[in-house]
Design a protein around this ligand. Structure first.
Ligand SMILES: NC(=O)c1ccc[n+]([C@@H]2O[C@H](COP(=O)([O-])OP(=O)(O)OC[C@H]3O[C@@H](n4cnc5c(N)ncnc54)[C@H](OP(=O)(O)O)[C@@H]3O)[C@@H](O)[C@H]2O)c1
Length: 265
């Protein structure tokens, strides 16, 4: 683990400057969020494992750690607390995540299942433990879910289960943190063009850019939305389809057996 600032010398001590921690800031949606908040004049703690990619985010402070390593998360939290010099974090966006599909459910891959749940859900729990003490009344915690939670889809057993867990986690945590006036937002994007989705070999309807996704997210967070989902036409379509009986979905799947299958992030 390591920490560096991408400025020659980080001299700003203005207490009025807002601060945000973003995990998974080295790529995709997280990198776009880091750039968005830097443009708005925020102090940005950009977290990830890829130090070279983080160093390219001009003006951010890189915090390099693996979210699946508890000790590294704790050290990162200590570093950020010291760097803040007693000031609270205004916003923590726990965005880091991974997606792997179960390609053959008849040979269910338990190790893959564990990997995805560990990165997307268990690690989120350890990040919450480490970073909540940096938040204060009127701070906000945002958890990265996915629109996959609106509609169970083939091949998404691991990814969907991990994000359904994140959804429940966010909704439950919101209730418990209400008394401390710490807001909790759940973010549920549709398809966003990033290295994570570039691996997909199926059609991704209504896909948007990471920059557009960052704008949707930042707007929702500024409005203190509990759930931020986008693009609206896509997420509403999924919610509508989720009202169909699952027996119909099963029938459709049987009919399409042998044809190429898609999934959703
Ligand atoms: N793209 C979409 O369509 C979409 C839709 C819905 C939800 N999401 C969610 O959005 C989030 C970001 O995804 P993305 O599409 O922007 O993908 P991405 O470009 O692949 O970015 C994933 C980020 O997560 C970080 N990460 C992964 N494992 C990590 C680990 N063990 N420790 C520390 N950092 C780790 C990566 O950083 P390092 O490699 O530097 O460690 C990287 O910055 C994910 O949670 C994903 O599930 C994406």
């Amino acid at each position: 683990m390591g920490m560096t600032t991408n400025r020659d010398a980080y001299k700003t001590t203005a207490t009025s400057m807002k601060s945000v921690l973003i995990t998974g800031a080295s790529s995709g949606i997280g990198a776009a969020l880091a750039k968005y908040y830097l443009k708005q004049g925020w102090r940005v703690f950009a977290c990830g494992r890829n130090d070279e990619a983080l160093a390219e985010i001009d003006g951010a402070e890189s915090v390099i750690f693996d979210i699946t390593k508890v000790q590294q998360i704790k050290e990162a939290a200590r570093y950020i607390q010291q760097a803040l010099g007693g000031q609270p974090l205004d916003l923590a966006i726990l965005n880091a995540g991974n997606c792997e599909y179960i390609d053959n459910a008849n040979q269910f891959d338990g190790a893959l299942f564990e990997r995805v749940i560990r990165t997307n859900l268990i690690a989120t729990g350890y990040c919450i433990e480490a970073f909540i003490p940096l938040l204060r009344a009127s701070s906000r915690l945002a958890l990265m879910g996915s629109s996959v939670v609106y509609l169970p889809l083939p091949r998404a057993e691991a990814y969907g289960a991990s994000k359904a867990g994140v959804q429940y986690l966010a909704d439950s945590l919101r209730l418990d943190l209400a008394a401390s006036d710490i807001g909790v937002s759940l973010i549920c994007p549709g398809f966003v063009k990033t290295p994570l989705t570039d691996k997909n070999d199926f059609a991704m309807p209504m896909q948007i850019s990471a920059t557009e996704a960052a704008e949707y997210i930042a707007t929702g967070l500024s409005k203190k939305d509990n759930e931020i989902h986008f693009p609206l036409r896509f997420t509403l379509l999924l919610k509508l389809l989720s009202n169909l009986p699952q027996s119909l979905m099963v029938w459709l799947m049987k009919r399409s057996t042998g044809k190429s299958q898609g999934s959703l992030v």
